[in-house]
Write a protein that binds this ligand. Sequence first.
Ligand code: PMP
Length: 388
Amino acid sequence: RAWAPTVSQPPESLLKPLTVPHKLLMGAGPSNCSPRVLAAGKVPMLGHRQPETIEIMDEVQKGLRYLFQTHNEWTFAISATGNGAMEATVVNLLEPGETALVCANGMWGHRFAGMVEQNDCVAKIIVRPFGEVFNIEEIEKGLREHKPSIVFVVYGESSAGTVQPLEGIGELCHRYNALLVVDAVAILGGAPLFTDDWDIDVIYGATQKCMSAPPSLSPITFSQRARDKIASRKKPIRSYYFNAPAIADHWGCDGRSRGFHHTEMVTNVYMLRESLAIFAEEGLEKVWKSHRDCAQLLHQGLEHLGLEFLKVRNPCVTTVIVPDGVSRKDVSDYAMRHYRIDIPGGVPDMVDKVWRIGIMGYNSKAENIKLTLKAFSEALSSVQKKST
Ligand code: PMP
């Protein structure tokens, strides 16, 4: 056989220019990136050991401490989306055989429990129906019964649109010798959060929601208690990529020379830096207020349209019930076709029962809410007319 491999043809589709239309992303994330964040994606590439990159990584850490309202040294961004931060939490905090008490009032608690079990640990799940949150008493009951090493709660449950009140849970967990883990993926930056004051041990977010940066990095912070638990492990952490002490070292958290863990997502770090700079310039209180004000405007508008929605004061995700006889998809399609607005349905088992409207970061502006309401109102009358 002649040794003459021929090169296959390049794909035709790649010979056309890249085209991505502008859409207003009013779902539960990702949100539209702020132009300032996008501009940071175009700055020159540098290696992650260049002094300029290291300085930017330091700025990112300071910005994240501000965003999380913490003094934790171990505050950095994991090179992964929110699911990666979730997995990192499990593999670092738990050793095989240990128990996690998982509060599930939507899909994310079940996702976390699945990861716990995949790691040969025990997940004791307490469930609350869609749209409800947990009270201190039931968490205390779970702590007493199951003696878990960690307790998991979701601060902003994006599948249901609830906000879990966090005050008091951390202190309670510590009384029972457990650590408190909080998923803040869908709410970090959009609602008040006080990691230190609320005694949270590990909390993580993601860049693509209220931080209006591309999906890629997950901010995370570890309390001293969490670090002590990791340091006292009897068995090694079962992950190279999500090994928190190594990533902390990579970010220079302990002030020593930085170890090499992986090639940092430098461009995304620049973009994250700009997202954090916006929070620093505007101030957290102002950003939280803009989310709250937009949510109020949205809720008034929805009431005016006669739509039912979950009134659980989540400023970042509002779950609107699809009225009887209305096709969820037709309304979403109308908003996309006429206004280029993305108003998606629910998570897989709720997909046509609800719309989820996100108010996140750069998108939390009155003009976006008004446009969304206009699209909704027109879409509803068009869809209802069609069906009569
Ligand atoms: N937790 C919550 C509350 C979320 O909303 C999401 C994403 N929608 C995740 C975790 C997972 O994050 P990602 O999709 O960035 O991996």
